[in-house]
Design a protein around this ligand. Structure first.
Ligand code: FYN
Ligand code: ADP
Length: 596
């Protein structure tokens, strides 16, 4: 490993010595190198944080970046660093940067990059790579891999920089690709040799680009807006669906104004919860299975008609079979012109950035808008009140052992009392119950498994959420989900982050009651060590561990954690029989056709 070399002062004589280190004598020009050009290019573009994991060839880069004033957050596994970068991108609209070593480190980061692309989160995965000449001839280099080719199909864009003078362009292209249009994951391949390349410092400075207007507004066409307004105006049972694109857009006030001015009921997708407070009277979240098939005009705002919305068809939407379309007409606001018609007909596509589209719709609606028919609103309210009352009844119970509901009743109160806290959530039952029980009050406060339903985002998201926002973070984790990133509790402790992890421990995947049908010594594939003490894990790193078996113990521990801001892990013991297979998406599990 090399040492951090200061830049050579002007007027010194510069010679390269081994490993790219620079020996300076008097009387020569000022030089810079690949390391510093990358750092300078990131800083020039307002990047202040890098998530990553040091190792060959980027160890010195992480040191130099820290020395140059960037915040460098080091993880224990690249996937978690990548997830942190991706969600930082979602929260800030700036590309989150993840830095990894070559081949295996790159591959570890790649899952997060692919997930970022799938979720439309802006992120740049920067990986060091081995020597091009050897890689391309497949001569067996250290960590040999054609990383660029592997990243391409999983990223929105992928670039490689071979020469120091191209670093400015490379970073600029990566930033533009990540945040413009539909955001996504970008791969930037930086071969080891590039970091040590030197060039004249002045020329280097001139080669850097401060990206102007990286995510340009995209104004929707007036015809498209008119078409959408007319469709909405003629609706008898209109519905607005808010997706995480709407949360990302940071057009919170206009979105709220649109909903309140039109009086149209809305349904938040999980990461759009809190865009308006979940307690808002127009929220139809608690009447989901009623409003989707009943609505006649549905306006999608930054939400795709993918599996999470049953592809816009089938029984969820009032179709007779899973392929039948319902009778709805759709308006879709999206920045991607290709999104419309991907599953069913979109009658009024409005293509543009959500801020511009929503403000154009607000203007189009004018001041003489009629609220939706009272019967529609009353029918929704009836379903909603029924569901809310049923939920309240369940939440009021205090079963022994504690179950998801009685534990989440506590979480619900804690989040209500701390609306600025960020809620990270993953698991199956731990995810589904939290989504419908815990109300969110502010935009972009709920971060979860997203489009793929991916497990393993937990600790990466929690670290980034704390670093980016400075607010307390509450991570509600299924015990299985937690296992994917659990080692990052060391990272949470190392950076003293205000993260309270609650592991809902029911002894297994979905639940802990399965048995091995052979009677053999192995436990069933879904079962973990019974009575595991996850709280001990954080104690190993100086954090606060709490073993909670009752709602009262859980409440006390969560209150203390949020108040003290100390890294905390609460092992919340849940009835091992409480979970259901795959939570709310059991139907996606194939069943065997073989007769026993
Ligand atoms: C919602 N509900 C409520 C409330 N909010 N009732 C009372 N009070 C409140 N506040 C009701 C809602 O009307 C539904 O009842 C039910 O609770 C569930 O709501 P949800 O979760 O919004 O609806 P549903 O049908 O589960 O949504 C489908 C889905 C969702 C696909 C969007 O399940 C989802 O996001 N799943 C992600 C799953 C995932 O990624 N898992 C990770 C992999 S796990 P009804 O209206 O009566 O139906 C691997 O195994
Ligand atoms: P959800 O899972 O919450 O339904 P999706 O991820 O399916 O949300 O959809 C998000 C949509 O939002 C994507 O189609 C994406 O193109 C779109 N989007 C993201 N950012 C913007 C933006 N600033 N303006 C308009 N559309 C956006």
């Amino acid at each position: 490993m090399g040492t951090v070399e200061p830049r050579v002062a002007a007027g010194t004589d510069v010679k390269l010595i081994s490993g790219g280190q620079i020996a300076a004598n008097a009387q020569s020009q000022d030089v810079t190198d690949g390391f510093h050009l990358v750092i300078d290019a990131l800083k020039l573009n307002g990047i202040d944080t890098v998530f990553g994991l040091p190792g060959i060839p980027i160890t010195d880069f992480t040191r130099m970046a820290q020395a140059a004033g960037l915040r460098v957050i080091s993880f224990r596994h690249e996937q978690n660093a990548g997830n942190a970068a991706a969600i930082a991108g979602f929260m800030t609209q700036k590309p989150g940067i993840c830095l990894t070593v070559s081949a295996p480190g790159f591959l570890n980061g790649l899952t997060a990059l692919a997930n970022a692309t799938t979720n439309c989160f802006p992120m740049i995965l920067i990986s060091g790579s081995s020597e091009r000449e050897i890689v391309d001839l497949q001569q067996g280099d250290y960590e040999e891999m054609d990383q660029l080719a592997i990243a391409k199909p999983l990223a929105k864009a992928a670039f490689r920089v071979l020469h120091a003078e191209d670093i400015g362009v490379g970073i600029a292209r990566a930033i533009r690709a990540a945040v413009s249009g539909r955001p996504g994951g970008v791969y930037l391949d930086l071969p080891a040799k590039l970091f040590a390349q030197t060039m004249d410092a002045e020329a280097g400075k001139k080669s850097l680009i401060k990206v102007v207007d990286p995510a340009p507004k995209q104004i929707p066409g007036t015809d498209a807006v008119k078409r959408a307004v007319e469709l909405l105006r003629g609706a008898r049972k209109p519905l607005i669906v808010l997706g995480k694109g709407a949360a990302y857009a940071q057009a919170d006030a206009d979105i709220r104004a649109l909903i309140e001015k039109t009086g149209i009921p809305y349904l938040p997708m999980s990461m759009a919860k809190g865009l308006l407070p979940d307690t808002h009277e127009q929220s139809a979240a608690a009447a989901r299975s009623y409003v989707l098939p009943e609505a006649d005009v549905v306006m999608l705002v930054g939400a795709r008609l993918n599996w999470l919305l049953s592809h816009g068809k089938g029984k969820t939407w009032g179709g007779k079979t899973h392929k039948d379309w319902g009778g709805q007409k759709f308006i879709q606001i999206d920045i991607s012109p290709q999104e419309a018609d991907s599953n069913v007909r979109i009658d009024a596509p409005v293509v543009g950035d959500i801020g511009s589209c929503v403000s154009a719709l607000l203007a189009g609606i004018g001041s003489s808008w009629q609220n939706p028919p009272a019967e529609w609103l009353a029918a929704i309210a009836e379903r909603k009140n029924k569901n809310v009352a049923k939920m309240a009844e369940t939440l009021a119970k205090d079963p022994k052992p504690m179950n998801f509901h009685s534990a989440l009743n506590v979480v619900r109160d804690i989040v209500k009392a701390n609306p600025d806290a960020i809620l990270v959530n993953e698991g199956a039952n731990a995810l589904d119950f939290t989504r419908s029980i815990v109300d969110m009050y502010k935009p972009r406060k709920r971060l979860d498994v997203g489009t793929w339903g991916i497990m393993g985002i937990g600790m990466g998201f929690a670290v980034a959420a704390a670093v980016v926002s400075g607010e307390p973070v509450i991570a509600i984790e299924g015990d299985s989900a937690f296992g994917f990133s659990g080692m990052e509790v060391e990272t949470i402790c190392r950076y003293k982050l205000p993260v309270c992890v609650v592991v809902f421990n029911n002894n297994g995947v979905y639940r802990g009651t399965d048995v091995n049908p052979t009677g053999g010594p192995d436990v069933a594939p879904t079962v973990f060590v019974k009575g595991a003490r996850y709280d001990k894990l954080i104690e190993a790193f100086g954090g606060v561990g709490v073993h909670a078996t009752t709602p009262a113990e859980l409440r006390k521990a969560m209150e203390e954690a949020v108040h003290s801001r100390k890294p905390t892990l609460i092992n919340a013991v849940i009835d091992e029989a409480a979970g259901t297979e795959s939570g709310r998406i059991t139907s996606l599990n194939p069943t065997s056709g073989k007769k026993k």
